[in-house]
Design a protein around this ligand. Sequence first.
Ligand code: COA
Length: 162
Amino acid sequence: MRIAIYPGTFDPITNGHVDIIDRAREIFDRVIVAVAGSTNKRTLFSSAERIAMIREIVKKHKNVSVDRFDGLLVRYAQSKKAIAIVRGLRAVSDFEYEFQMALTNRKLDGDITTVFLMPHEKYTYLNSSIVRELATLGGDVTEFVPPNVRRRLTEKMKSVRG
Ligand code: COA
């Protein structure tokens, strides 16, 4: 059983992330989308909300599951007997940070390999901050996120504005 972890903050999950999940699930027997619970980032959605949105999207795939992780990623990957960590590489600007993270994780556990996948080029400029900013300013996010995420963003904006 070749298990891969796809970690991230996913605040919220975007079509770019979904693209990476779709590629990873073709390569590995099982993909665990691991949502960082405690993170330095101030998130718009709680970890429970971020997990629920991803579950709605991946429930149609038998070999994809969603989980929360806290603490060291490598330790979590070991606990799941994963052989790989999947990360998306969108542009050269991602490289330095990803390189540093991959090498650190390899230092911590040489048996877990970081695998970089490239999303479709139409998603190379996309990240969660842009989606959050658009939603906050009333922009249309239809092209960037799955429909359930769009709905939840609209609800969140209503509740934030009161
Ligand atoms: N499509 C669209 N957006 C994408 C994307 C894709 N395919 N791939 C990445 N992104 C976006 C993310 O949404 C995020 O956007 P944001 O910063 O606007 O919110 C950004 O690109 C990537 O952020 P980054 O900080 O690189 O990753 P992350 O927040 O998704 O996840 C962890 C980082 C949680 C995986 C990492 O911090 C971690 O492993 N933490 C655990 C602690 C640990 O083990 N530390 C040691 C590691 S060396």
